[in-house]
Design a protein around this ligand. Structure first.
Ligand code: PLP
Length: 395
């Protein structure tokens, strides 16, 4: 019999971490199970339920027995509707053959990195960044090069990208609007990144999960810029715009040679997203833009409420330009964001995410998600204010 000690996990997973955010979620569940009310600012999903028409579209698909294997890259009507949306809304000149349906944005990103990275490659990542990205890059046996976003925006994107690049740099992860800091790169910034990618012959992995949540400025899909579609894999999700986080559906758009790789990876990882889910997503795409705009305005109200409340607590907080997170500076409380998050949870029962989990450049901040009901935001702010009042030395 093989000895237990000889069993070994694949080496490429050795350095891959497991989300800190999941650990925070578990701690909150534990507190709640013990009867403790927790103000849940740590989350990252829409506060509203999946709209009824989308749910009925899934039911209809089930009743019509649209329950069999579909093409692994996605059903034709959905790929056609996605391509149309990409042409009209994102100005990406996509045809249905350029689109592949994935199990959410996370899966699209995973297959994108797997498709382009070789062991020893480097990937430029604006930091702070969405935590799974580094693990996805590490899982592809590549290395994440963290580029400080604030410095880059202050001193120039090209010079900063230049400074952090290596001869092994093969790709840039480009997320706008950004999680966790809510940064929205401007058109001029997108053009700078595009020019840099072209000059260095880099591939861009674009993450547009929050494309519908831009409060200041415009959302620019980097693949829409001249000459960029050929070198970009753009990833999108139904999770945030349509409150479909648990449905697990998103898509990637790319040209050859990448589409061949994406098709292989989707085939052998999931063999396609569940068929009824795809029919529901087709219905989601029919949502009028006015409905999406109205939601964004609701988010804007929540953002302003939270930012004003955090400032009343004495925290410095720029209003985020996009997504649904605020990222205040908490160094007045403590320089160690893990300590601040632990203290806020313990003393004020306010759950947040320590900024350091989003990269060293996130240290000194904590992330508050504001995708919550107005009542829940107000209740959380009241708890914070009374905590700060009772601990004046912390201000
Ligand atoms: C920046 C960013 N990209 C992609 C995703 C992927 O979301 P999903 O896998 O639910 O589509 C998320 C989810 O939180 C995100 O914050």
């Amino acid at each position: 019999m093989t000895k237990r000690t000889e069993l070994r996990l694949a080496r490429r997973l050795d350095e891959v971490g497991f989300s800190d955010i999941v650990q925070i979620r578990n701690k909150v569940l534990e507190l709640r199970a013990s009867g403790q009310a927790v103000h849940a600012f740590h989350g990252g999903e829409p506060w509203f339920d999946t709209p009824e028409p989308i749910k009925y579209a899934m039911l209809k698909a089930l009743v019509e027995n649209k329950t069999r294997y579909a093409p692994s890259s996605g059903i034709e009507p959905l790929r056609a509707a996605v391509a149309k949306k990409l042409r009209e809304k994102n100005q990406i000149e996509a045809s249905p053959e350029d689109v592949i349906i994935t199990a959410g944005g996370a899966h699209a990103l995973h297959v994108a990195f797997q498709c382009v990275l070789n062991p020893g490659d480097d990937v430029l990542i604006f930091s702070p960044f969405w935590t799974p990205i580094r693990d996805m890059v590490t899982g592809a046996e590549a290395r994440a090069l963290l580029v400080p976003t604030a410095t880059a925006r202050r001193t120039g994107l090209t010079a900063t990208l230049e400074q952090f690049s290596t001869p092994n740099t093969r790709a840039i992860y480009y997320n706008t609007p950004q999680n966790p800091a809510g940064t929205v790169f401007s058109r001029a910034e997108a053009e700078e990144v595009a020019a840099f990618a072209k000059k260095r012959n880099l591939i861009v992995i674009a993450d547009e999960a929050y494309e519908d949540l831009v409060y200041e400025g415009e959302h620019v899909s980097i693949a829409s810029l001249p000459g960029m579609f050929d070198r970009t894999i753009s990833t999108f999700t139904f999770s945030k715009s349509y409150a479909m986080t648990g449905w697990r559906i998103g898509y990637a758009v790319a040209r050859e040679p990448f589409m061949t790789g994406l098709r292989k990876l989707v085939l052998y990882s999931i063999n396609g997203v569940s068929t009824p889910t795809q029919w529901a997503a087709l219905d989601a795409l029919a949502t009028p833009q006015s409905g999406i705009d109205a939601r964004r305005e609701e988010y804007r109200t929540k953002r302003d409420l939270l930012v004003a409340g955090l400032r009343e607590c004495g925290l410095e907080c720029d209003p985020p330009e996009g997504a649904f997170y605020a990222f205040p500076d908490v160094t007045k409380i403590n320089k160690d964001s893990r300590k601040v998050a632990a203290m806020l949870l313990e003393k004020a029962h306010v759950a947040t995410v320590p900024g350091v989990v989003f990269g060293a450049q996130g240290e000194g901040h904590v992330r508050f998600g504001y995708s919550m009901s107005t009542d829940a935001i107000n209740a959380g702010l009241a708890a914070l204010k009374s905590y700060f009042k009772s601990a004046p030395g912390r201000r």
